[in-house]
Design a protein around this ligand. Structure first.
Ligand code: UD1
Ligand code: UDP
Length: 350
């Protein structure tokens, strides 16, 4: 089959890596990069770290409002689909690149596989929530990462299109943790002692787009007093103006590569984040995770008590972080051998 794998944002490259490798030699796969993320650290570095070949098609779409960004991608994706005539499209997660891919393909009657289907935060102020709902309802094949996602899709009447291969980020982590621990020197370079620092990321629109909220979060984390390593997402970097003071216990860096990031996660005492993927990685690495959000799509990590939701607008965030202690055990919730299961399903599609 001729396959278009459509990606555009950092977490999508990370989800693409094991699948694209597994499809090589079996199908004719085109990696289509929308250009949504374009900084070296957000895109090319991740491709290099994960050994993903250069995109076959790069659409060069940059930033924009929700509609201009998605619209521009749709126009370019439609042209690429009309030219190459793929048999099937694969989209990942919930970004504007996902939405554009799903919309362009479904209007050309090209079947779509949605990887990471069935997630809901039930928070409609997140652009991602809108993207997920549309993606699930127009895709032909829904690859759910968890049983919870299957249950949600079933409730929405989509059971017959749903498969449960598990979460592909499990395989990316499994394939790369050993390499990261061997190759990455970041923990040593930053003179970090094992489990003697926290790792922080922030990029959710409602946490970073308002300097009052971002300033409040960073002030609260300053009160933690412990060392915090903070690779800063470009969206957040833009908001860190002089009006926000960052306490000296918080050490900011550029976004780091995937191998460096999982090495930092692996040696951290705990992880503080509003990212989706990082909540899962914290769970896989058995690191206490504090999620600065009022809800999460990854409910299993909270139910298993390895992830604590903390309202980013609340007071005493440092105290909540300090007193959070996960249990010793945890259940496997994200599956295993996920890529293999996905490829098997794809191979059975006629
Ligand atoms: C996007 C996804 C989000 C995902 C995140 C992963 C949507 C709606 N959101 O959010 O679901 O969690 O990616 O990181 O698709 N920018 C740069 N350089 C870059 C990329 C972005 O400077 O390489 C800046 C641009 O000014 C842009 C802003 O960051 O306006 C936001 O980028 P955008 O891709 O729109 O959304 P993200 O916040 O990255
Ligand atoms: N990540 C990375 N470098 C960083 C921060 C994160 O490689 O500096 C990786 C991280 O390991 C995870 C993914 O990026 O696999 C998460 O992406 P992000 O937080 O941007 O998006 P989300 O998962 O929230 O959509």
């Amino acid at each position: 089959m001729k396959i278009f794998s459509i990606v555009g944002a950092r977490p999508q490259f990370i989800k693409l890596a094991p699948l694209s490798k597994a499809l090589t030699g079996l199908h004719e796969e085109f990696i289509v990069h929308t250009g949504q993320h374009y900084d070296y650290a957000m895109s090319e570095k991740i491709f290099m770290d994960l050994g993903i070949r250069k995109p076959d098609i790069h659409l060069g779409t940059g930033p924009g409002t929700q509609a201009t960004q998605t619209g521009e991608m749709m126009v370019k994706l439609e042209a690429a689909m009309l030219e190459k005539k793929p048999d099937i499209i694969i989209v990942f997660g919930d970004t504007n690149s996902t939405l554009a891919g799903v919309m362009a393909a479904s209007k050309l009657n090209i079947p779509v596989i949605h990887i990471e289907a069935g997630l809901r935060s039930y928070n409609h102020s997140m652009p991602e929530e809108i993207n997920r709902i549309v993606a699930d309802h127009v895709s032909k094949y829904l690859f759910a990462p968890t049983q919870t996602a299957v249950d949600i899709l079933t409730k929405e009447g989509l059971k017959k299109n749903t498969f449960l291969p598990g979460d592909i980020m499990v395989d990316t982590m499994k394939n790369n943790l050993g390499i990261a621990l061997e190759k990455s020197t970041i923990v040593k370079d930053l003179k970090l002692n094992n489990e003697a620092y926290n790792l922080l990321t922030l990029h959710r629109n409602y946490n970073v787009d308002d300097t009052t909220i971002l300033g409040h979060i960073l002030k609260q984390l300053g009160e933690l007093g412990e060392k915090i390593i903070f690779p800063v997402h470009p969206r957040t970097r833009k908001m860190l103006t002089d009006s926000i003071s960052v306490s000296p216990n918080i050490y900011m860096t550029e976004p780091v590569g995937y191998l460096d990031f999982i090495a930092l996660e692996n040696s951290a005492k705990r992880i503080i984040t509003d990212s989706g993927g990082i909540q899962k990685e914290a769970y896989l690495l058995k690191k206490p995770c504090i999620t600065l959000r009022t809800e999460t799509e990854w409910v299993e990590t909270v139910e298993e008590k390895w992830n604590l939701l903390v309202n980013p607008k609340s007071k005493n965030i440092a105290t909540k972080i300090e007193s959070f202690k996960p249990p010793k055990k945890q259940k496997e919730v994200f599956g295993k051998n996920v890529t293999k299961k996905m490829v098997k399903i794809i191979n059975n599609i006629q």
